[in-house]
Design a binder for this molecule. Sequence first.
Ligand code: MN
Length: 229
Amino acid sequence: MNYAIEFPAIPVLPVAESNKTFPVGRIYCVGRNYAEHAREMGHDPEREPPFFFMKPADAIVQNGATLPFPRVTRDFHHEIEMVVAIGKGGADIPAGKALDHIYGYAVGLDMTRRDIQGEAKKMGRPWEMGKAFDHSAPCTAVKPVVMIGHPAKGAIWLKVNGAVKQKGDLSEMIWNVPEMIAYLSKLITLRPGDLIMSGTPAGVGPVRPGDQLEGHVDGVGDLAVTYAK
Ligand code: MN
């Protein structure tokens, strides 16, 4: 490619037990997809259609990293999520065919500047500066479907400095993975390399400089990151 400027390489995630990497295209995130979390955010978890927001691909941070603490927040929150890695694109994908479009799964964090997001909500403004900032998407290696199948139940949890803060089960999602793919692919054409962060269980809370975060999804993986002091 004969670019006119120097341009960073495409962000990638490792593929578990492989020397291949998964190129990251767009990152879509599902909001309020676990009833208990919807309640803790002050919403009635009735089955409204799912809604989506985005993070840039270069928000990806590799598993095991030590991260700079974002400076412009006084209320920085963790959201542990299962991540769906799209292998085959498409539009108007029926839920019954959605699983065929998935390459694999990972464990991710939808890091959130809750104060900035809250201000945006109040003002009727976009969420990006609360959600889509630098280093806001730590993520594990992708485990291919051929290795682990399609996890639809199993524990998802997050610990801060060894103490469990978030705990749930994948089966508690309001919109399951095939349904979210069906909805999202009505709104946009999914492309290979896209990631979908599938929502977070209850227990979101503050992260401080020096904190160690460990996240887990049964069968999918373990994520660990540390924030610089
Ligand atoms: Mn989230």
